[in-house]
Design a protein around this ligand. Structure first.
Ligand code: ZN
Length: 276
């Protein structure tokens, strides 16, 4: 998909406040999407008509009036009536958990309640719009990008890879949110990622306490990480990351759970094309 994702933000029903909807519209624009805002007090038919006219990928419905249980599913049904099956419908507002469950069973893909961020929303839209349009075509990973190794002692690990084997260190970074110190060693086309925990209970510390130091994960280089998350989820593999996250070094990464992959923690890794 080369054009930006297009989203229609709409407020069905009678309530007269659009501050929340305007904030969402601006947030999605900031995330690189094209946003059409219908304004207040639109009927279900008007919303669906505008969505088709504007050729959007997603309709975001906002409601404060408490009428969401009637209005949100009515939009889904009107789309069906018009023969449209590839527009994602999401909702937002102050909506109780029981209603959220019911709306999801009625075809609303996700409901964002106060506390969810616009980043969460943008990520959800990006992934699920793709899923709706995904044909099942895929490109196999192009190579093993790196092998992650959990180490107890970075100094002696470096002595082995750099000292004995003679490879070079190409990158060294502290990944705060993973509580890990990562050192990348160049081995031909491939990297070895040495991972040392910077705290007593970070993920690498916990891994070592049960399994000991050693091979931690294999990362495959892919050209489209969202496609891979969709493909793996549809095949019922367990995902550790529902959406790609920042992996540093201009990479987006996501992990598959080792259950289902014969015990091997598997990473997908996409290199982000820089604009320059
Ligand atoms: Zn990795």
């Amino acid at each position: 998909m080369n054009r930006p994702i297009r989203v229609l933000v709409a407020k069905p029903g009678l309530d007269g406040h659009d501050r929340g909807a305007l904030i969402v519209a601006q947030g999605l624009r900031d995330a690189g999407m094209e946003v059409v805002y219908t304004g207040l007090r639109q009927t279900v038919e008007q919303i669906v008509h505008a969505a088709i006219q504007e050729d959007v990928d997603c309709i975001g419905l906002s409601s404060l009036s408490g009428a969401h249980m009637a209005l949100f599913p009515a939009v889904v049904n009107e789309l069906k009536k018009q023969g449209v099956h590839d527009i994602l419908v999401i909702g937002g507002g102050v909506i109780p958990p029981d209603d959220v469950r019911q709306l999801k069973s009625l075809g609303i893909a996700e409901v964002f309640t106060p506390g969810s961020t616009i980043t969460d929303m943008a990520q959800f839209i990006r992934l699920h719009v793709k899923e709706k349009k995904w044909t099942g075509d895929f490109e196999p990973p192009t190579k093993v990008d790196h092998i992650g190794i959990a180490v107890n002692d970075m100094k002696s690990a470096i002595e082995f890879y750099e000292g004995l084997l003679g490879f070079s260190i190409v990158h060294d970074e502290q990944i705060e949110d993973q509580q890990v110190h990562a050192v990348f060693i160049q081995v031909g086309e491939l990297h070895i990622e040495l991972l040392e925990s910077t705290s007593d209970n970070g993920p690498i510390a916990r891994y070592i306490s049960t399994k000991g130091p050693g091979i931690h994960h294999i990362a495959y280089r892919v050209t489209d990480i969202e496609d891979w998350l969709i493909r793996a989820r549809q095949a019922e593999y367990r995902l550790i990351d529902e959406a790609p996250r920042n992996g540093g070094q201009h990479k987006r990464i996501a992990f598959l759970h080792p259950k289902g992959t014969q015990g091997v923690l598997t990473e997908f890794c996409e290199v982000i094309q820089s604009d320059s």
